[in-house]
Write a protein that binds this ligand. Structure first.
Ligand code: NZQ
Ligand code: ZN
Length: 394
């Protein structure tokens, strides 16, 4: 087991009506004026925003609002949020939405106390503890940002989508009510399931040997997703299935499922470039296409690890040929994503042989900036390897 540090300061309020406690819990922690940050229209249409406004008003917490976060959130709106926080002396940022809203809120919370433009932190990875506290009302289990140390923000002007990791930006409060996820369209539910499953894959496949305590937790979460995914898709208002998935999504990315391992994260790097190239690509859908391609490309570095994963997660019976067992595990992974309704090729995401070459020319320079070269740990990859994986995914 490798050395590690693990910080998890998030106070969770989970279950029916969790969001009704937003006002009191924030007031108890000294919040006087919050930036209420949200996305397009789902939280407005469901009445969630009105309930939260009411909860804050009853607790005497003043509100400044900023909506309009798009999927794959962009730095321009973050800057507007920073400006509002400075102007109104906001002391907490409250995100109501999914990973995009939470990440935008994290960036605002980092930028608000700073003297420099917020993109500076994304560019340099400079660590700071001077960050506004963040609370989250989660509406889609997927990115795991409700407890993670990461945020990912796009900068359209630079053509980049870049991550920033800092334990001090982990949310202090997270309200998780599975009923809020009943309204998710099947595609968003499936993309979320794919993303959380991939957060486990990124941690499971690296260059460290077995870490049983971490690996068994990780495998148990993979099996939970496999079992619950068909239930939530078949019956979107199944509270227990939604609840299991919501808590699983948090556990997949808060960090415990990877402690003592190096982790890999090459495929997330490849996907973030894809979503930067075409901002209409949903993160989970991009991963569904790229992860099996990455697996095929790197498998020869340690086929036994893939065979083990296939036995544990998909119940594959060993054939005596480890290479064949590893390839079967990859096929099962692709079939699982397809069974959720996810695309399995870049063609399905709208790319052609020609536009993929344009995309590769666009993506590789920023991939090198974001990830360095070589990148990934299961099998360190060059930029040529990255291009080969994109081509395999077509
Ligand atoms: O904008 P609205 O109208 O709210 O619609 C959203 C959005 O269109 C909709 N939605 C959310 N909750 C809903 C709902 N629709 C109906 N009912 C509900 N209850 O879903 C759409 C997608 O929302 P988004 O927040 O983009 O989804 P997700 O949570 O998957 O977040 C994706 C972003 O997180 C990043 C991704 O790269 C991407 O930018 N990630 C963040 C990570 C982190 N901070 O740790 C890790 C991840 O690997 C990931 O990279
Ligand atoms: Zn992800």
């Amino acid at each position: 087991m490798e050395n590690f540090e693990f910080v998890s300061p998030t106070h969770f309020v989970f279950g029916h009506d969790a969001e009704a406690q937003v006002g009191t819990k924030l007031a108890e922690r000294g919040a006087t004026r919050v930036l209420l940050h949200y996305g397009g229209k789902s939280a407005q249409e469901s009445g969630l925003l009105d309930r939260i406004r009411e909860s804050l008003a009853q607790a005497g917490v003043a509100v400044v609002e900023l909506g309009g976060v798009r999927p794959n959130p962009e730095i321009t709106l973050v800057r507007e949020g920073v400006r509002l926080c400075k102007e109104h002396q906001v002391d907490w940022v409250l995100a109501v939405g999914g990973g995009s809203v939470v990440d935008s809120a994290k960036a605002i919370a980092v930028g608000a106390p700073a003297d420099v433009d917020v993109w500076h932190f994304y560019e340099t990875k400079e660590q700071t503890d001077d960050i506004l506290p963040i609370a989250v009302v989660l509406t889609i289990p997927a990115a795991g940002s409700e407890a993670s140390k990461n945020a990912v923000v796009s900068n359209d002007e630079l053509g980049m989508k870049t991550g920033y990791a800092n334990n001090a930006q982990r949310p202090k409060l997270a309200f998780l009510n599975p009923e809020l996820t009943f309204t998710l369209p099947p595609f968003q539910t499936a993309a979320g399931l794919t993303d959380m499953f991939c957060h486990l894959l990124e941690r499971f496949f690296d260059d460290v040997g077995a870490v049983p305590v971490t690996d068994n937790l990780n495998l148990s979460l993979m099996k939970t997703i496999r079992a619950e995914a068909p239930r939530v898709l078949a019956d979107p208002e199944n509270y227990d299935a939604r609840a299991n998935i919501m808590w699983t999504g948090m556990l997949c990315h808060q960090g415990l499922a990877g402690v003592g391992r190096h982790e890999d994260w090459a495929t997330h790097g490849l996907e973030h470039e894809l979503s930067a190239f075409d901002t209409s690509i949903t993160h989970g859908a991009g991963l569904a296409v790229l992860f099996p391609a990455w697996m095929e490309f790197v498998c020869d570095a340690n086929p036994a690890r893939f065979a083990f994963y296939g036995r544990e997660v998909f119940g594959l019976v060993p054939t005596g040929d480890v290479q064949a067992d590893a390839l079967s595990a990859i096929d099962e992974t692709r079939a699982f994503f397809a069974s959720l309704g996810m695309p399995v090729t870049l063609t399905e995401l709208g790319l052609t042989e020609e536009t993929l070459e344009e995309a590769i020319d666009f993506m590789l320079p920023t991939l090198r900036i974001n990830k360095g070269e070589p990148f990934g740990s299961f099998k360190p990859l060059t930029m040529e390897d990255a291009a080969a994986i994109y081509r395999m995914a077509l």
